[in-house]
Design a protein around this ligand. Structure first.
Ligand SMILES: [Zn+2]
Length: 257
């Protein structure tokens, strides 16, 4: 793998229960190569297997970041912590997650919580650093469990990631960047869920006005409408280049925006 470039590898683009259960789309989060650091975000089901298949080496990870503890984001986090710390024998790597990922109903097993070199709790308005990669969690999202999105900055790039949340008035204001990645679970809100729909995503893109927006984390209604066939329509509507992420897609940050 070329780690000299800043890239984001989509191990999977699926989200929510039915997409996960049937693996209509792969799941497992994203693998980011940023400023020479390898960072895994939201290792959902299959993350280890998909990562290895795509040539990623979990023993080389610098950090694992968890936006929230729902299973489609977290179920492989323990096996990834074991891999990053070489079976727990080497105290290395950082883990970032909300407090409720470590407490009652912890998704990070207690016996692994002491294995990384550093464990930091994600909190609203805090900033973090992994080598030359800085990231912040500007606002607590509206979701069933404690959840944060991210603004990442490397020496060369800045991009934001709006993870699972119900839309709220100030949401867009926290994520201004030339590249915005958005978890779009459903096409429209048929039942009240604390997730973003495609309609919400269009509204956010129009407010943020990035140069490029990437959509990912598709639930079954998005999968059925084939988001990759809607790119032009959504781009025309928003006036922004919109890309629907695909399983295994490698986003080169030097050329994407
Ligand atoms: Zn969730």
């Amino acid at each position: 793998m070329d780690t000299a470039k800043d890239t984001i590898i989509f191990l999977g683009t699926g989200g929510a229960r039915f997409t996960v259960a049937k693996q209509l789309l792969a799941t497992g989060g994203v693998w980011m190569n940023l400023a020479g650091e390898q960072i895994l975000m939201d290792p959902g089901p299959g993350s280890l297997v998909y990562a290895i298949k795509l040539g990623c080496d979990p023993t080389k990870l610098s950090a694992i970041i968890l936006s929230h503890k729902h299973l489609d984001h977290s179920v492989d986090i323990n096996v990834m912590i074991e891999a990053m710390t070489e079976g727990g024998w080497k105290k290395r790597g950082n883990v970032y997650a909300p407090a409720d990922a470590f407490e009652n109903g912890a998704v990070i097993l207690p016996y692994l919580q002491g294995c990384p070199e550093k464990v930091e709790l994600l909190e609203e308005g805090k900033r973090y650093a992994v080598g030359d990669v800085k990231f912040s969690t500007p606002v607590k999202h509206i979701h069933q469990v404690e959840t944060y999105g991210f603004v990442f900055k490397t020496p060369k790039h800045k991009f934001s990631w709006i993870t699972d949340t119900k839309i709220f008035d100030s949401l867009a204001s926290h994520y201004h960047a030339d590249l915005v990645i958005i978890n779009v679970l459903c096409l429209e809100h048929r039942v009240p869920v604390d997730h973003l729909s495609l309609t919400d995503a269009v509204k956010l893109i129009k407010e943020i006005k990035p140069r490029t927006a990437i959509l990912t984390h598709f639930g079954i209604t998005m999968w059925k409408t084939k988001p990759w066939e809607m790119e032009k329509e959504v781009s025309d509507d928003t006036g922004v280049r919109v890309i629907a992420a695909r399983d295994g897609m490698v986003l080169d940050l030097d050329t994407v925006y």
